[in-house]
Design a protein around this ligand. Structure first.
Ligand SMILES: [Zn+2]
Length: 369
């Protein structure tokens, strides 16, 4: 981290490095997550719902973050070269934005905060406009304007405080959220927080696809996009029930970090996930065996299968796979901690081993009991 990045980065309930922290709200303490949209990153409370404006592309648009308490944040971004044809300086642009807020909502009021920040080596202006709307309501709008010459993009963050009681300290939250903006490359010297598995899914409220990265402490990073391409890699279905009366499931495609390589956006805004370079060795099922025992690793949730001789000796072990069984008579064996599931050779129809999976099918037709 260089000095420019340290400058003014002192306020915060929200960790600008995106390395995981917490924000206090009227619902208690909630964790933050580093969210990627259109190749920029913002660290926000994980409970904020992300939506993209309908016409947003890599060229420009809006990303909205709505809070459980009814407050709204959004990031507006677009081409900087085009913008500078109309506005000579960042200050001119900021002043025009405030004038637009006044005109649009018929607000009378004034700028109560105008503060210069350094974010990712760029000059940025933090503003707070307070006033009374034509309809008699209170206007309290926080904004941050930043021009990123590296990506040739402008970014404007807005926070419209409708229910300030949702946050203990909204000004600090807005400023630290703004400080978390990664407008071009990742911050120097910041090693990405290690994730262990990823879930691919579709948010039916936001109407965006997402790839969420987890480790054992929870959700740490998320990518949103209208389209996602995963080049290779292996995945497995994962699901859990929605709590409540109505029968409903959440379903994801789950991947392991070791199966995925680089994650990034292409110029069309598609999220592209490259395959991992370290492929697992292909494995063969032994021709002769008496039984199999199998179990699931508590360390990585993957399964392993042991092929055994008549005397119980292990001939071969294939590990690190997702296991599926179909129509297979299998039973529990062993005493803790050496516990397994087991199937006899004569009850097994076929065993298919791939790079990521093992499918064990029982003899079809007459399941033995
Ligand atoms: Zn930048």
């Amino acid at each position: 981290m260089n000095n420019a990045d340290v400058h003014d980065a002192t306020v915060g309930t929200c960790d600008p490095s995106g390395t995981g922290s917490f924000v206090t709200t009227d619902k208690g303490v909630v964790s933050t997550v580093a969210r990627h949209d259109f190749d920029f990153r913002l660290t926000v409370p994980s409970v904020w719902l992300v939506e993209h404006s309908p016409k947003a592309t890599m060229e420009g648009g809006q990303v909205f973050y709505s809070t459980p308490g009814g407050n709204a944040f959004f990031v507006s971004f677009g081409n900087l070269t085009e913008l500078t044809k109309r506005f000579g300086t960042l200050d001119d642009y900021r002043d025009a934005s405030i004038a637009r807020i006044r005109a649009q909502a018929d607000v009378s009021g004034r700028l109560v905060v105008s503060k210069e920040l350094r974010i990712r080596r760029h000059r940025a202006i933090l503003s707070n406009f307070k006033g009374i709307t034509g309809a008699g309501g209170v206007a309290d709008v926080w904004s941050l304007d930043l021009w990123c010459d590296v990506k040739d993009r402008y970014y404007s963050l807005y926070g419209d405080v409708v229910r300030s009681e949702e946050f203990q300290d909204f000004p600090s939250l807005f400023e630290s959220t703004a400080q978390s903006l990664v407008c071009h490359e990742p911050p120097p010297g910041s090693s990405p927080r290690l994730w262990e598995w990823a879930d691919l899914g579709f948010n039916t409220k936001s109407k965006v696809w997402f790839l969420e990265l987890f480790n054992h402490s929870g959700l740490i990073e998320a990518y949103q996009a209208s389209e996602i391409v995963l080049k290779g890699g292996s995945a497995s279905q994962y699901q859990w029930p929605q709590r409540g009366e109505r029968p409903l499931w959440h379903v994801r495609e789950r991947m392991s970090a070791r199966d995925l390589g680089k994650i990034g956006y292409d110029e069309r805004g598609t999220l592209v996930v490259e395959p991992s370079m370290d492929a697992r060795p292909s494995e063969q099922v032994p021709e002769v065996f008496d039984s199999i025992t199998y179990a699931y690793s508590l360390a990585d949730a993957r399964g392993f299968v042991e092929f055994r001789e008549g005397d119980g000796a292990v001939l071969k072990k294939i590990e690190g796979r997702w296991i599926s069984v179909e129509n297979l008579t299998h039973r529990t064996v062993g005493t803790y901690p050496n516990i397994r599931l087991s199937a006899r050779r004569e009850d097994i129809g076929s065993i298919t081993v791939t790079d990521a999976h093992i499918v064990i099918r029982g003899k079809t037709g007459s399941p033995s009991r």
